[in-house]
Design a protein around this ligand. Structure first.
Ligand code: ADP
Length: 482
C-alpha cells in the first residue's frame, strides 16, 4: 500500500478493502480543501474485523515477544522518520498547529518504542505454596480481542497509546477512530501493517460511532474496550460492556483547575494559564478551563492575562505565525458559541475574544475567549466546553481556592502555581485529580508514566507507561505439582 490518501481503504484480516460508503475529510483551516477520502465500514464489516481478530489472537500471543517488540519498534522508527510529513497531515485534518502536530507524531513514535520493550518484560511471579510439593505461578496473559475507540483531538497519539500496549502484550485489535480524523489513523495502521503485523492482528474500521462503534461494544468476542471520548458515549460503553461482562477503560471529560496563589511567579503562572487553556485550541481533555486566582494577585493576574489572550495569533494550522489553530469542525464551533452565549446569560463578563474571525482561507476560526469574575457554580464553570474558552474565578485564600478547584464532577488534571514548597505539597495531596502539576500547565504529559483521572473523568486502570499492562492483561494463577 502506498501512502496515497486519495481514497483510503479499511483493513480487515490483512486485506485492504473498499466499500461503497465514503467520508470526505475537510481541513478546518480551509474548508475548501479536502484532506482525503476514506472508505467507511458498516456493522457487518465491523463483525468481520472482530472475527479476523479472534482467529489471529492465539498465534499472535504465541509469537516470540522479540518479534512483537521488533514490529512495534519498527513502526516507532517510521513514525519518527516521517514526523514532519505526518505532522502536516495531522495539522491539516485536525487543525492544531504544525509544531503541536509534529510533536504529537513524535510522541506516538516514542510510545511505540517504549511499549515495544514492554513485550519483553517479565510477565509474572513465582510463589511458594502453602502446601508442600506445590508451587504457584502468577502470570499476566492477554485479554484477547480488544476494541479501541478514539476521539478526534489527538488523532495519532491516543490510538498509539492504546494500540501499542494492546499489541505488545499479545492482544489483537479492532480499531475505530473518530469519524472526522481518519487520515492520521489510516497512516498509523499502514505503518504498523508494513512493519510486519500478521493478518488479522490489527484491523481498521473507520465508521460511525452509533453503527461501527456500537457493534464493537455489543460483540461478545470483543473482551475489552479502551475508549476515550465524551462522558455520554463513555456511559454507553460502560453499560454495554458491563451487560456482557467485558472489561472497559474510559477516559472522558475534564474541567481542569489551575490555581494561582498570591505568592506565584506571575510570568510562570501566565504561561501556564495561556498554554494550558488555549493551546491546541483548548481541545484537550487536560485543558486548564478553570483559572482560580487568590485575591492578593487576582487583579494583576487578570489584567495581564487579558492582554496575553488578546495578543494570541489565531490562524491557519500550517502558517508558521499561528499560535492557535481553528476549531475542529462546525459542530464543535457551534458548541463553543453556545457556551459563550450561555456565559453571558449567566452573568459572567466576557473580557476578551469569543467572536468568529475571518482569515485568508475560510475556516472555523474563533478568538480565544476569557470570562472573568466568574462564579464556580455557573454552567460555564462546571461543564466541559472543549474549545478555546476559559473562566477566571476569584478565591479568598489558598483554602478557598482548593475547595473551588475540587468543586467539580471531574478529576483529570489539576495545577497550582506557588512559590511555597509547603503549599505546593498541600495542594499536591489535596487536589482531587489523577494528575497534578506544580508550576506547570495542566496539559502536556509524558508518555512513559500513568495517564488518567479520578471522579467522573476516568474509569478503569491507568493508560500509558508500564501501568498500561493492568488493562491489557489479565492474571492467571496456576498451582503446579512438578
Ligand atoms: P467526542 O466529542 O470526543 O467526539 P464522542 O464520545 O462523541 O466524543 O466520540 C468518541 C468516539 O466514540 C468516536 O470514535 C465516536 O465515533 C465513538 N462513538 C460515538 N458513539 C458511539 C457509540 N454509541 N458506541 C461506540 N462508539 C461510539
Amino acid at each position: 500500500m502506498t501512502s496515497d490518501i486519495a481514497l483510503s481503504p479499511l483493513l480487515i484480516d490483512g486485506e485492504w478493502l473498499a466499500t461503497d460508503r465514503v467520508y470526505e475529510n475537510i481541513n478546518p483551516s480551509d474548508t475548501e480543501e479536502r484532506v482525503g477520502r476514506f472508505h467507511l465500514a458498516d456493522a457487518a464489516l465491523a463483525r468481520r474485523a472482530v472475527a479476523a481478530a479472534t482467529l489471529a489472537q492465539p498465534a499472535w500471543v504465541d509469537q516470540s515477544p522479540q518479534l512483537r517488540a521488533e514490529v512495534l519498534d519498527r513502526a516507532g522508527s517510521e513514525l519518527l522518520a516521517r514526523r514532519a510529513e505526518l505532522g502536516e497531515l495531522l495539522a491539516r485534518e485536525e487543525g492544531k498547529t504544525l509544531p503541536e502536530a509534529t510533536g504529537e507524531v513524535q510522541r506516538a513514535a516514542q510510545i511505540f518504542k517504549f511499549q515495544a520493550q514492554q513485550a519483553l518484560q517479565a510477565e509474572g511471579e513465582l510463589y511458594a505454596s502453602t502446601r508442600a510439593g506445590l508451587r504457584v505461578e502468577v502470570r499476566r496473559e492477554p485479554v484477547g480481542v480488544v476494541g479501541i475507540i478514539t476521539p478526534w483531538n489527538f488523532p495519532i497519539a491516543i490510538p498509539a497509546w492504546k494500540i501499542a500496549p494492546a499489541l505488545a502484550y499479545g492482544n489483537t485489535v479492532v480499531f475505530k477512530p473518530a469519524e472526522s480524523v481518519p487520515a492520521s489513523a489510516w497512516a498509523l495502521v499502514d505503518i504498523l501493517q508494513r512493519a510486519g503485523l500478521p493478518p488479522g492482528v490489527l484491523n481498521f474500521v473507520p465508521g460511525s460511532g452509533r453503527e461501527v462503534g456500537q457493534t464493537l461494544l455489543d460483540d461478545t468476542r470483543v473482551r475489552a474496550i479502551s475508549f476515550t471520548g465524551s462522558v455520554a458515549t463513555g456511559q454507553r460503553v460502560a453499560a454495554a460492556c458491563s451487560a456482557r461482562q467485558a472489561r472497559y477503560q474510559l477516559e472522558m471529560g475534564g474541567k481542569n483547575p489551575l490555581v494561582v496563589l498570591d505568592d506565584a511567579d506571575l510570568e510562570i503562572a501566565l504561561d501556564c494559564a495561556v498554554q494550558g487553556a488555549f493551546y491546541s485550541t483548548g481541545q484537550r481533555c487536560t485543558a486548564s478551563s478553570r483559572l482560580i486566582v487568590t485575591k492578593g494577585t487576582y487583579t494583576k493576574f487578570r489584567d495581564a492575562l487579558i492582554a496575553r489572550v488578546a495578543a494570541l495569533r489565531v490562524g491557519h494550522a500550517l502558517d508558521p505565525d499561528t499560535q492557535i489553530g481553528p476549531v475542529v469542525d462546525e459542530a464543535q464551533l457551534a458548541q463553543d458559541l453556545r457556551y459563550i452565549a450561555l456565559g453571558r446569560e449567566e452573568g459572567a463578563r466576557l473580557a476578551v475574544g469569543g467572536e468568529l474571525l475571518h482569515r485568508r482561507r475560510p475556516g472555523h476560526y474563533l478568538a480565544p475567549a476569557l470570562f472573568v469574575d466568574v462564579d464556580n457554580t455557573m454552567r460555564i464553570s462546571q461543564e466541559e466546553i472543549f474549545g478555546p474558552v476559559a473562566v477566571l474565578i476569584a478565591a479568598d485564600d489558598a483554602e478557598h481556592a482548593l475547595a473551588l478547584a475540587n468543586d467539580t464532577p471531574f478529576g483529570l488534571s489539576a495545577g497550582v502555581c506557588t512559590g511555597s514548597l509547603k503549599l505546593a505539597h498541600h495542594f499536591q495531596r489535596r487536589l482531587q485529580a489523577g494528575m497534578v502539576m506544580v508550576n506547570a500547565p495542566t496539559a502536556g504529559v509524558d508518555h512513559h508514566v500513568p495517564f488518567g483521572g479520578s471522579k467522573a473523568s476516568s474509569v478503569g486502570p491507568r493508560e500509558q507507561g508500564t501501568q498500561a499492562r493492568q488493562f491489557f492483561t489479565q492474571t492467571k494463577t496456576s498451582y503446579i505439582r512438578p
